[in-house]
Ligand binder design. Structure first.
Ligand code: ADP
Ligand code: ADP
Ligand code: ZN
Length: 213
């Protein structure tokens, strides 16, 4: 099953992608996580991406397309994959379709996690991310067992620099102008599934899996 997650920053794409990955035994591929790992390791890609990310802008298409197209050719993607944070522009979606088409494949579901802007800013202020493994929590909605510490790897939890309210506003603008058009793009292809992302995490998950099987 080949799935992509659509939705505003903080809509809950990563949270649902992780649960879907466990349920269906297919890899969760987050481009944001890939960039953050590259920044942490101070790679050339990380150095190129950092300025854009800190400013709440998208990293240029040419830095992300080949990375994803290569990643989905890996052996662990044979049964499918969940892309989280990609595509984020129409050219990225076209490049993905082109690559899949060449192998007679296609995206089965584009899951649109729908959350109005008003909710987003509040939700992002409570998001905490692990500096070690990238796992995400929420101070109120999904607290870790021990405050400030990752359940998975024991490292520190932080508020991401780009989750501060000024940057979230910018990211929402970018979402509306550059990413939202993908909803119509996948609707036209018949692969769109929209879920109300303001519902509880488990309820959203049930709604998705009731369609995916
Ligand atoms: P995205 O990957 O779309 O940016 P995340 O999955 O990281 O979003 O979720 C953003 C924040 O909101 C996280 O702190 C997460 O724990 C929390 N969250 C995710 N889904 C829900 C939900 N359905 N209800 C309330 N909080 C949620
Ligand atoms: P969120 O979880 O809030 O949706 P991500 O972790 O997916 O955010 O992405 C963080 C940042 O990484 C984005 O604001 C953007 O700068 C960059 N990024 C991630 N994926 C892409 C992509 N497909 N195209 C361009 N930039 C990207
Ligand atoms: Zn961790």
């Amino acid at each position: 099953m080949k799935i992509i997650m659509l939705g505003a920053p903080g809509a809950g794409k990563g949270t649902q992608a992780k649960k879907l990955s466990e349920r269906y035994g297919i890899p969760h591929i987050s481009t944001g996580d890939i960039f953050r790992a590259n920044i942490k390791n101070n790679t050339e890609l990380g150095q190129k991406a950092k300025g854009y990310m800190d400013a709440g802008q998208l990293v240029p298409d040419e830095l992300v397309v080949d990375l994803v197209v290569d990643r989905i050719k890996d052996r662990d993607c044979m049964k499918g994959f969940i892309l989280d944070g990609f595509p984020r522009t129409i050219p990225q979606a076209e490049a993905l379709d082109y690559a899949l088409n060449n192998q007679n494949e296609k995206i089965d579901y584009a899951i649109n996690v729908d959350v109005p802007d008003e909710h987003i800013i509040k939700r992002m202020a409570g998001r905490r991310a692990c500096v070690g493994c990238g796992a995400t929590y929420h101070t109120e909605n999904m607290p870790p067992k021990k405050e400030g510490i990752c359940d998975v790897c024991g490292e520190k939890l932080v508020l991401r620099e780009d989750d501060k309210p000024e940057t979230v506003k910018k990211r929402l603008e970018v979402y509306h102008s550059q990413t939202k058009p993908l909803i119509a793009y996948y609707e036209k292809k018949g692969s769109l599934l929209t879920v109300d992302g303001t519902l509880d995490i488990e309820v959203v998950f049930k709604k998705i899996t009731s369609v995916l099987g």
